[in-house]
Design a protein around this ligand. Structure first.
Ligand SMILES: Cc1cc2nc3c(=O)[nH]c(=O)nc-3n(C[C@H](O)[C@H](O)[C@H](O)COP(=O)(O)O)c2cc1C
Length: 408
């Protein structure tokens, strides 16, 4: 990948993780990759905004990109660390060892992390204050404290003469970036849809837990005249940055509910007894014109389930009893939903048991603080009878009525 000019002497430095066996954050599969973007301002003083992860050959690759504008590591005067997560800061230790003059601008909360993650002493850092402006020749960098989007120490940097927001993880998405299409105006409608899906999945996997902070952050940015958004992951928005701002506002709003009039059905079945009811469940929802997204656990990947659940106003779980509790992979999926604060949902559960059950009790206990409105459940022993099918059908019709009312 080569270095790309954004405007004037502001450049993008970027690499894609394209190894599809790699798990982002050690958990999330990235079958379509992810870009890690940093930015460079070449001027009276040379500034680098966010670095890269110390994996594969990324530091060497970024060094090579910098050489494209005749800059080396030792030429950098200022490092802006918007966020200390190692996908942006992994290179910092080596960078600072090779460049002893660069000063680091970051939040106060980031300073101990500089030391802990990168062995960079506090003397090299300048703690920003919210709204503070750093003038460097023709560039004016304004720093905004935006805690918890994504870690507590996270901030954003705004080049206020040109209206460029270096937003770090906010407005990010999964998905590798094509060398020839790094801006929103260079990609097809189909690619826009791809990045919208990847942004939602990124949001649900990485940012969702902190949705209240996303809303606060968006409110803080509201007064700015943002012309370009340069995130740490994903395409650069220069034609219509309002699109990704609007997506993020919508994603954050799903935590308050109602989300979209859609249902995510998550099911598992050891011997097919729970599965026998599944087709009917889907049929009832479709007949009511409610879009359905179906996932089987543990077969389907949890990152995708979370994205779908985040966007859906309704959740339906089909799972049997296993050792007096929920089927374990389902318990894990639900636990992960609790961590990500998937909340304000209309919920129904069905499933088979062998002798006394236990899954429903476990389900209710584990979701007690979920903020879910559990509209009903139905369990049966062994294989479902016609009466069982009919009972689930009736319960679901009423579930659909409530969901439709909820999402009006
Ligand atoms: C490993 C295992 C553990 C089970 N534990 C329980 C249990 O604690 N209580 C119960 O009522 N049934 C239990 N069952 C029975 C299942 O819940 C029952 O076979 C049910 O019909 C399975 O539904 P499925 O075919 O959709 O997987 C267990 C079954 C298996 C294989």
């Amino acid at each position: 990948m080569k270095i790309h000019r954004i405007i004037d002497d502001i450049y993008r430095l970027s690499t894609n993780i394209e190894d599809n066996t790699y798990l982002f954050e050690g958990i999330w599969p990235i079958p379509h990759g992810i870009s890690i973007n940093g930015y460079l301002i070449k001027g009276e003083k040379n500034v680098i905004i966010d670095l890269t992860q110390n994996i594969f050959d990324f530091p060497r690759e970024i060094t090579h990109q910098m050489e494209g504008v005749a800059l080396g590591i030792e030429d950098i005067d200022i490092i802006v660390m918007n966020h200390m997560e190692p996908d942006h800061s992994g290179w910092l230790r080596e960078f600072c060892a090779k460049n002893s003059k660069a000063v680091i601008y970051c939040t106060k909360k980031a300073i101990p992390l500089l030391q802990a993650f990168s062995a960079v002493p506090p003397e090299r850092a300048i703690a920003i204050t919210d709204g503070m402006v750093l003038e460097i020749g023709d560039y004016e960098l304004q720093f905004f404290d935006t805690p918890n989007i994504h870690w507590p120490e996270t901030m954003m940097t705004y080049e206020r003469k040109r209206g460029i927001l270096f937003s770090c993880d906010a407005f990010g998405s999964y998905g590798s970036i094509d060398e020839h299409a790094i801006f929103d105006d260079q990609i097809s409608q189909e690619k826009h849809q791809f990045f919208e899906n990847e942004a939602l999945r990124y949001y649900a996997n990485i940012v969702a837990t902190f949705s209240a902070f996303v809303v606060k952050g968006l409110d803080k940015l509201q007064g700015l005249d943002i012309k370009v958004i340069c995130p740490s992951h994903g395409i650069i928005w220069r034609e219509n940055p309002a699109v990704i701002i609007e997506h993020y506002r919508r994603y954050a709003s799903y935590s308050k509910g109602p989300a979209e009039r859609e249902v995510t059905v998550v099911w598992s079945s050891m011997y097919g007894n729970t599965k026998q009811v599944l087709n009917m469940v889907i049929e009832v929802l479709r007949k009511r014109n409610i879009p359905v997204h179906i996932f089987q656990v543990p077969k389907d990947e949890i990152g995708y389930i979370l994205a779908s659940a985040w966007k859906s106003a309704g959740l339906i779980f089909g799972m049997p009893t296993y050792e007096y509790k929920m089927f374990p992979p389902m318990a894990h999926t639900i636990e992960e939903m609790m961590v990500k604060k998937v909340t304000n949902k209309k919920v129904f559960r069905f499933g088979s048991y062998g002798w006394v059950g236990g899954a429903q009790r476990d389900f209710e206990a584990k979701t007690e603080k979920s903020g879910w409105d559990i509209l009903g459940h139905y369990e049966w022993q062994g294989a479902p009878t016609e009466e069982d099918q009919q009972a689930v059908r009736e319960a679901l019709e009423s579930y659909c009525d409530t969901l439709i009312e909820f999402t009006k």
